[in-house]
Structures are given as C-alpha cells and as structure tokens.
Write a new protein. Structure first.
Length: 133
C-alpha cells in the first residue's frame, strides 16, 4: 500500500512539474510577447487580446516538443526523421490555429508581419533542436 501511494505521489508531482513552465520558459514567453508587441506595433487593446492566445500557443508548443521526446530548451538528442515529420505536422497545425485566432484581432499588415515572425521563430527552434546548425 505504501509503495502504491509513493508511486502515485511521484507520478502526480512529475505531472505538475512538467505542466508548469520553468523560469527559462517563462522568460522566453515574456520575450516572445514583447517581440510580437514591438514588431506588430500593437495597440494596448490588441496586447490584452492576443496575450492569452500567444501564451496558450507557447504552452502547446512546449507540450508538443515534450510529447515527441524533445527537450524544449534544445538540449538533448536530435529527433529521428519520422519524429521530426510528425512534429512538423503538429506544429504547422498549431501555427495555423494561432493565425486563425489572431485573424480577427490583427490588421492585414500585422498578420503578414506575424507570419514572418513565426517563420523566424520556426527557424530558431529548428536550429536549436538540430544543435545550432
């Protein structure tokens, strides 16, 4: 009985730790929000409207990386080609979902700039996963 309790407690503690972003991830998220606000020249109202969308998108990205066994910090091994293809597809779906949510909030010019920003972030993530290549 004690063994079962310890196993459940450890599993629960691990799940909580994985679900909560660490300090580096929080800093990365705050930097991403600042970059988006600056690059898109957001109004205060737009900042309030998009923050939960960007925050959720970031959390889902981190979750997808962990799902495929990739450390979001870029540490660790490179994924197999099959894993990379699966991840790429899931990330494309997430990016499209994020764009759809932002479409009613941002102007056409801002959406174009956001697409460029997403491309830059995708390239940075790809380089981080590949070990800085």
């Amino acid at each position: 009985m004690t063994r079962l309790f310890l196993t459940l407690a450890l599993t629960f503690a691990t799940a909580i730790a994985v679900a909560q972003p660490n300090q580096a991830q929080q800093e990365e998220l705050q930097q991403r929000l600042a970059d988006v606000a600056e690059r898109l020249e957001l109004t205060e109202e737009q900042k309030v409207q998009i923050e939960p969308i960007i925050t959720e998108s970031f959390a889902q990205q981190q979750q997808l990386l962990r799902k495929y066994g990739i450390d979001p910090s870029g540490q660790g091994g490179r994924p197999s080609p099959r894993t990379a293809r699966q991840l790429r597809g899931d990330m494309q779906d997430l990016r499209e979902n994020t764009r759809q949510q932002l479409d009613g909030i941002l102007s056409e010019t801002q959406m174009e700039e956001f697409a460029r920003l997403q491309d830059e972030m995708r390239t940075q993530m790809r380089n981080k996963i590949r070990g800085g290549r």
